[in-house]
Write a protein that binds this ligand. Structure first.
Ligand SMILES: [Zn+2]
Ligand SMILES: [Zn+2]
Length: 382
């Protein structure tokens, strides 16, 4: 049986649903951050607001080591179709990734730990803008770890498919790097009937796209996961089918679990782009934008998280496939030994997974998440 620490579960469910009904996008989490700060202050914690805009840290002061526990607060720019009574009240915005649950669980843990402190210092870190807007990086650059030094840092994400009293705590890679790339192939536009009078970038774009998967298939070690996808392609005008355009613009994503493979993807895509452009007499502008490093669980932090999960929950997996999604928790884990864990969200409701318009955090997971965070603080203190 799951051991639930002593906290007000109905109040926490109400809070989670209130956050769900009032989603806010990255760096716009003003209502959420104010609510978080107010709750932390009511618990008697030291509260620092306005870190990288809307970031909040609540500190429970102790002695010895200090740990950081991270929850993300932001929602996504998409409509909600869940039909739940607590569905989004904001058109075009919704909590489709369960960050409403993450914020609630960390507040629940703060409530329990404030009443029965673990002895060490715990920084409850409420992060803005996890969904691609760079909240973690902005907090690190704002001096988060200078102001709140941490010996270890932990993140948690809900995961449909695992039971609500189940966690996965796994050493090594958890989430991929998430980088963007763009390519502009520039030639010289001309009449569609007289291609010899210009330099056509369209066939070169075709060659580039056809060759793109050789970067993962021929350059990267087959035993190392890697993904390269072209996700945007723009050229010409469908209303001008006798005009060869000057320019083709292509863009996409690249994912890897090690710095070495990340380098190989940047170099491989760039070489392909420049090589094809040179062969076709075109100019190529290639940019590779490093957005988020991979999340790789550090051994000692993972040991602490695993012991805590086993203390708190009946079912703990130590094997679970890594995700090709990214999480900017990676920037926190770059500053202190870090561990990122998965908490079950129950079976996918109507097939709705993360970032689906029907997704909803499962309130049945709230006690598990609180129990884990509390056990983690106690484990780190022991
Ligand atoms: Zn997400
Ligand atoms: Zn998320």
């Amino acid at each position: 049986m799951t051991k639930h620490p002593d906290f007000d579960l109905p109040a926490l469910v109400a809070l989670r649903r209130d956050l769900h009904a009032h989603p806010e996008l990255g760096f716009e989490e003003h209502r959420t951050a104010a609510l978080v700060a107010e709750r932390l202050r009511a618990l008697g914690l030291e509260v620092t607001t306005g870190i990288a805009g809307t970031g909040v840290v609540g500190t429970l002061r102790g002695t010895g080591r200090a740990i950081g526990l991270r929850a993300d607060m932001d929602a996504l720019a998409m409509p909600e179709s869940s039909g739940k009574p607590w569905a989004s009240t904001v058109p075009g915005q919704m909590h489709a990734c369960g960050h409403d649950g993450h914020t609630s669980m960390l507040l629940g843990a703060a409530e329990v730990l404030a009443a029965a402190p673990p002895g060490i210092t715990v920084h409850f870190i409420f992060q803005p803008a996890e969904e691609g807007r760079g909240g973690a990086k902005a907090m690190v650059e704002a001096g988060l770890f200078q102001q709140f030094p941490c010996d270890m840092v932990f993140g948690l994400h809900n995961m449909p498919g695992l039971a609500c009293d189940e966690m996965a705590v796994v050493p090594g890679p958890q989430l991929a790097s998430s980088d963007s790339w763009t390519l502009t192939l520039r030639g010289e536009g001309t009449h569609g009937a007289k291609p010899h009078l210009g330099r056509d970038p369209i066939p070169a774009a075709g060659m580039f796209l056809a060759g793109l998967q050789t970067v993962t298939g021929r350059i990267v070690d087959p035993l190392q996961p890697a993904v390269v996808s072209a996700c945007s392609l723009r050229a010409g005008d469908p209303k001008a089918l006798n005009v060869i355009p000057d320019v083709v613009e292509i863009g996409g994503t690249a994912r890897a679990y090690t710095p070495q493979v990340r380098d190989q993807l940047e170099e491989g895509i760039g070489r392909l782009a420049h090589g094809i452009a040179a062969a076709q007499g075109l100019e190529a502008e290639f940019t590779f934008i490093r957005r988020i490093p991979p999340v790789v669980n550090e051994a000692s932090a993972t040991q602490v998280a695993l012991a805590a999960a086993r203390r708190a929950l009946p079912k703990v997996r130590t094997e679970f496939p890594p995700s090709t999604a990214g999480d900017d928790f990676a920037f926190f884990a770059g500053e202190a030994p870090g561990c990122y864990v998965w908490l079950g969200n129950g079976p996918a409701q109507d097939g709705a997974l993360h970032h689906n318009t029907g997704y909803d955090f499962n309130d049945a997971a709230l006690p598990s998440g609180v129990a884990f965070w509390v056990a983690l603080a106690r484990e780190a203190a022991s």
